[in-house]
Design a protein around this ligand. Sequence first.
Ligand code: XCC
Length: 636
Amino acid sequence: MDIKIRSSDPAVIALCPVAEQEGIATVFDRYEMQQPQCGFGTLGLCCRICWKGPCRVDPFGDGPQAGICGAGKDTIVARNLIRMMAAGAAAHSEHGRHIALAMQRVGKGELPDYHIRDEEKLKSIAGRLDIAVADRTITDIAYDVATKTLEDYQNQDSKVPCHWISASLPAKRLSLLGKLGVLPHNIDATVAQIMSRTHIGCDADPENLVLGGMRGALADFNGMALATELSDAMFGTPKPVVTQANIGVIKKQAVNIAVNGHNPLLSEVICDIASEMNSIARDAGASEGINIVGICCTGNEVMMRHGIPLATNYLSQEMAIFTGALDAMVVDVQCIMPSLPQISECYHTEFITTMDENKMPGARHVSFHEDKARETARKIVQYAIDAYGRRDAKRINIPDIKQTAIVGFSSEAVMAALATLNAADPLAPLVENIVNGNILGVALFAGCNSTRAIQDENFQVIAKILARNNVLLLATGCGAGAFAKHGLMNQQATEAWAGDSLKAVLTAIGVSAGLEGPLPLILHMGSCVDNSRAVQLATALADRLNVDLSDLPLVASAPEAMSEKAIAIASWSVAIGLPTHLGIVPQVTGSAVVTDLITEGAKDLFGGYFLVESDPALAAEKLVAVIREKRHALGI
Ligand code: XCC
């Protein structure tokens, strides 16, 4: 296999031959082995919802047109799609619940290993949730914020929408979503309702199903907004920090520990403990002590808060082990390939699972609970130090591939940078430059990598074209990882790729904010749950202009979307009014009705819609055209 047709990441291109030489299959090999993939599944036409099945509908119209129960293609496709949205919502919201429960216990004084690191942020959250702050202790406020947040998982009054979505979207959008009946009142209930209505013999109406799915997707938004905001209060609100990204951040002379997954509750403590255990690592022979590196969204979390370098993003997570210098990979939840423990077994790498509900065959499981966070982290770091002693020097191969990245642009950080230009009215410089066309529009890149595309390629092609067209670029998740690895999140990239007027704006803000040069070409807003940061910024803009989100020259793009979480994110992006590009054809095309519902139909209802285009250059052109249309409608 020519790896260049599977990945554009030079580190992957350097390390895949190592895997081949060792006779170990990678995600790219397994993709080849799966070809050709099932056509029915690709079209969304395979139903496995009951044990009379699996059933499938013949897309050419010759064979069966309904499953054994009578469900036709539209019902089957819609049910499959919204179950994926529910799974995505469940994943983000479990993450959020975990953080909220931890904060509630911090509020009760039960977790000495955690603190409220950003008290101002906590107070501002309290203000948004109508919780009093005057003359109160920070722990009391934390308790109330967490308790009110947890009501979003408990409220049984379907007329009262979740607190977080109500506190996060413009009034116009909330009113529209309320009228459409898609504002969630309870995250858990919304997810349960999707599972219930898609059980055999329930909702069979594709439009009703898709609307129910959109409600679940908005519950996903609610779950990620609360996860982001509470994490900031507990661990700090990100500020711009200079770091490095790609596999070359692994160091030969250090005990290398990769943190992989999503939830900062564990990785934050590991970062603290690692700095305390440096001398033990040095005594074990690692002259550079302990080197924590990040993968996927745990990587984004620790990168933006502490400048911890990013080793890689989703599709290349296996590559870190092939360096022969990764002493431990510590994982929590989501997007962790089950192949990792088996590959680790071929090396000296300790592969450690930590969450009791996420175990993997072949892994060492160290059960993580917040009560004993520091003690558990210490044990994990010690396993890594012990593994360092078992390294095989002959198998060490760390390609010297890494790029500088400036990351950590929370909405607060963006506002702070803008405030250096206009302290009284920080949004004014952004609004002025959008109105006068120096900034044509804004694009948010989110989502994963998929083997259905050349890894990271779509992100790069689309971003460079949009930047040339003076579109301001934001990124989260593995998209952000892709840009960081490929050197598109630094000042040199702004010089190289930004159109003239965008470059002038990024330079004015960057210089004024003390960066001694422009802002990076693409602003790193964080992990997947941090897509809510971009919505926060967009909501501020919409409120300022007294328009709805769907009126703004703002688009979203998930060029390599893959996970159920990405499907949920892309769906709420549509529901809040954004034209949302997908570079991977979603598994819905077996039903013209559902395809039409999420494209043209959604446009009529929400103003947002899916724009599917797998050619990245064409996708970029279409996104620029959409931004121009929005500007035209606004009269700017
Ligand atoms: Fe996708 Fe969210 Fe996972 Fe990366 S890690 S593969 S969901 S982009 Ni968040």
